[in-house]
Design a protein around this ligand. Structure first.
Ligand code: MG
Length: 396
């Protein structure tokens, strides 16, 4: 391929689970992509420096500015000489770096600024940082052109592919009856609430089908992630919460479905592998040959589906509630959850107290519009402080 056909990519969160897999996809397609800049938290400077050298990037940023000296040493050791930036402003500068596609693989609410910067710069946004869309809600939607956000979430990527079946004229919401978002059910599928009382981080981190970062793995164990994904689907596809169903599908082969008004349901199927949604978002609207392993039809398969147990896993119903309330409510749900997640992983908060605390914080919150970054961040900060108060001293 000629140089001018290369699609240039900026990868944010390059040392995390999504970032490393995105770079795998890019490395396997040297004729299709080039990486112009990278950003990461700063905890893995050696890996970041190696990535910078491998892809010959123009700029590298670390969110933790104190990691800059170690990063510079590591870059020198690899013979790489990119522009080095530090702190949240440095990450934001990289988010606006010249490119065709920004992949936002930052974890959590911290990714909001990068999402806004990339959208304002007019880049295609391959969005793995669902939190920024969910907490930014109207703010993010106002900035985004139709189709500018390409979901890097297996369910939403599946919905997008199923919507292509809507016809040659494109997506017509009136032809869609409902979206059916699948959930693996996580490691505690089939358990009753009281059976999950003694769950430890080690148990919650053992996801049966997906290999992911620690935050999203815990969020998948208590279905908070599915709650976030219901809100994400609502924002991406402009359908009411009454038209977004969740179904448990333990094999994680069907990644979601679209049911049309005529009774036809289109499903997207593939083995669980994030490289597929990553490749679809980076290569959109084209498909990247060999991006992921396909299903093996020489073997027998059994795919099962079951309804979600809302009593054992109340996080999805709670997400529908905050999504319907809108404004700052989704930001509060997300922020309280991030604090509880840290408390579960590091300070011994009981597993069931994660969603119980999120529900309490949501209930106490006075919802206001989320039309500016300041309003979103104020609600986020309030929810973090309140969740920290409520979880202080709780232990397993
Ligand atoms: Mg997902």
């Amino acid at each position: 391929m000629h140089e001018e056909t290369l699609r240039s990519v900026v990868v944010l969160g390059s040392t995390g689970s999504i970032g490393t897999q995105a770079l795998d996809v890019i490395a396997a397609n040297p004729g299709g992509f080039k990486v112009t800049a990278l950003a990461a938290g700063g905890g893995r400077v050696e890996l970041l420096a190696r990535q910078a050298a491998q892809f010959g990037v123009e700029a590298v940023a670390v969110a933790d500015a104190s990691a800059v000296p170690a990063l510079k040493d590591a870059l020198a050791a690899h013979g790489a000489k990119p522009t080095v930036l530090g702190g949240p402003d440095g990450v934001a500068e990289v988010a606006g770096w010249q490119c065709d596609v920004v992949l936002n693989g930052i974890t959590g609410a911290l990714g909001l600024t990068s999402t806004l910067v990339a959208l304002e710069a007019g880049r295609a946004l391959a969005l793995a940082n669902k939190e920024s869309l969910i907490i930014g809600g109207p703010l993010v939607k106002r900035l985004a052109r139709p189709g500018q956000i390409l979901p890097v979430d297996s369910e939403h990527s599946a919905v997008l592919q199923c919507l292509w079946a809507a016809g040659p004229d494109g997506y017509d919401p009136s032809s869609v009856k409902q979206l059916v978002i699948t959930a693996s059910g996580g490691p505690f599928r089939g358990m009753k609430r009281e059976e999950m009382a003694g769950v430890t981080p080690q148990m919650a981190l053992a996801h049966p089908t997906w290999s992911m970062g620690p935050y999203i793995t815990i969020n998948s164990a208590n279905l908070v992630n599915k709650g976030l994904e219901v809100i994400e689907a609502h924002l991406l596809y402009d359908l009411g919460f009454d038209r977004i169903e969740v179904v448990v599908h333990p094999q994680s082969i069907i990644h979601s479905m679209v049911e049309y008004v005529d009774g036809s349901t289109i499903a997207q199927a593939s083995p669980p592998d994030m490289r597929l949604p990553i490749a679809l978002a980076l290569g959109h609207p084209g498909r990247i040959p060999g991006a992921a392993r396909p299903l093996d039809w020489t073997k027998a398969h059994t795919w099962t589906f079951e309804p979600l147990d809302d009593l054992a896993f109340p996080a999805v119903a709670l997400a529908r509630h905050v999504g319907t309330e809108g404004g700052t409510a989704p930001a509060v749900y997300n922020a309280a959850n991030e604090v509880c997640l840290d408390a579960f992983l590091e300070r011994g908060l009981p597993f069931l107290s994660i969603v119980d605390t999120v529900a309490k914080v949501v209930q106490e919150h006075q919802v206001t519009p989320a039309d500016t970054v300041e309003e979103v961040l104020a609600a986020d900060a309030w929810a973090r402080a309140r969740a920290a108060e409520l979880t202080a001293g709780q232990s397993r």
